[in-house]
Ligand binder design. Structure first.
Ligand SMILES: *Cc1c(COP(=O)(O)O)cnc(C)c1O
Length: 389
């Protein structure tokens, strides 16, 4: 672990997680439960430490994509409820039950399989019913002509032996977009969701304990959708325009170190393909951060990193393991100086828009060879390197 420090590393500010959680909790109100989405290794931040923090500060639920992600949390002593949003093969039902993991049920076939497996074990599987209100991905199709068959399917699933339907949920596909079309679509999705929930509850003669639908966009913009529980991911990590508006703090700061500096004369091509040629005598630094660490190659020659003397332009093609930055007018930045790729002083939102993508993709791409340092109260409390050693 020591050897990899002072190369390139990600500082994960757990106090920022707490700040974001408390700010969002304040926003949604104390009667609304809070599910923290920690799929994809908590969007690259490290699911175990993020989940431990959320458990400690009182969040109600976690969500992951797969049973492996859920098991990682259970085996690391996370005891709070966990919902698997994605597909789990029926062969894994006994593990779901044994480890008290909640499973999303997205269609009749899945409901039947899970019910059958649970019955074989003589146990009960806790599930949340997923409704497709317009995302067109997973969930019971309930739109238009499918409305009443959708509700019947949901009611049937809830009544199957071996299943306990604790919750019902849907997912918005456009809640983070501002234009009229997306606002209308989100409102339509929400209306349909409520109609389906109320229709199913009427037939069942009982209310679902946890109705939920609000992702990041909805938490930021649609208070009427909070219902029993909100389900943000990106906001919790403090990225995107809504995070800025709500004064949330970015959780990850990705840092690297200047490993070498050389001075090139005018007219020197830099890196593969020579797409950048120095236009003057240039003092060029090398940072050990390349596309294998998660630096998108499409950002080559377009982005900048933050130094103690301000932004330094990245020059030439980004390589697998390193990239070059122009330090010509930054004489106090030297070999061994730290630079910030993104984080508190260099917004990831800007980097994402330069790359033509969203902040999610950038934090998820920070690769396993980048150590994560977890910071609480200004102290590094834990280090993780995800290599097989
Ligand atoms: C990923 C995901 C979320 C969180 O989305 P954000 O945009 O990060 O808030 C919520 N619900 C479901 C079903 C998801 O797949």
């Amino acid at each position: 672990m020591k050897s990899t420090l002072k190369r390139t590393w990600a500082e994960i500010d757990l106090d920022a997680i707490e700040h974001n959680y408390r700010t969002l909790k304040e926003r949604v109100g104390k009667d609304t439960k809070f599910l923290g989405v920690v799929k994809a290794d908590a969007y690259g931040h490290g699911a175990v430490m993020v989940a431990k923090t959320l458990e400690e500060i009182g969040a109600d639920y976690l969500a992951v994509s797969s049973i492996d992600e859920a098991m990682e949390l259970r085996l690391n002593h996370i005891e709070m409820p966990i919902l698997i949003l994605g597909h789990t093969p029926k062969e894994q039902v006994s593990r779901l039950i044994e480890y008290n993991i909640t499973q999303a049920v997205s269609c009749e076939a899945k409901a039947l399989e899970y019910s059958e497996e649970a019955q074989k074990l003589g146990r009960i599987l806790k599930v949340h019913i997923k409704v497709d209100t317009g995302m067109s991905r997973l969930g019971y199709l309930c739109e238009g002509e499918h409305f009443s068959t959708g509700i019947d399917g949901i009611v049937h699933a809830c009544e199957l032996p071996g299943l306990c339907a604790e919750g019902i949920f849907t997912h918005f596909s456009m809640s983070d977009e501002a234009d009229e079309r997306c606002v209308k679509y989100t409102e339509k999705q929400f209306r349909l969701f409520m109609d389906v929930v109320l229709g199913a509850e009427e037939k069942l003669g009982k209310r679902f304990d946890i109705r939920h639908c609000a992702n990041t966009g909805a938490v930021a913009k649609y208070p009427e959708t909070y219902l029993d529980m909100v389900r943000p991911g990106l906001l919790l990590y403090g990225y995107g325009e809504f995070a800025e508006e709500l004064n949330l703090k970015p959780v990850m700061t990705l840092k690297s170190t200047i490993s070498t500096i050389k001075v090139y004369s005018e007219g020197t091509p830099v890196s593969y393909g020579g797409i950048y040629v120095t236009d003057k005598k240039t003092r060029m630094g090398v940072i050990p951060y390349g596309y294998a660490d998660g630096f998108f190659r499409c950002l080559s020659n377009k982005c900048s990193v933050m130094t103690d003397e301000g932004k330094a332009m990245q020059r030439g093609k980004i390589c697998m393991d390193m990239s070059m930055i122009d330090l010509t007018d930054k004489m106090s930045v030297d070999v061994g100086s730290e630079v910030e790729i993104f984080g508190k002083r260099n917004s990831i939102n800007e980097l994402a828009s330069l790359a033509g993508t969203i902040p999610y993709e950038i934090t998820c791409a920070v690769s396993k060879r980048v150590p994560r340092l977890y910071i609480r109260g200004g102290e590094v409390i834990e280090k993780e390197l995800l290599l097989r050693m």
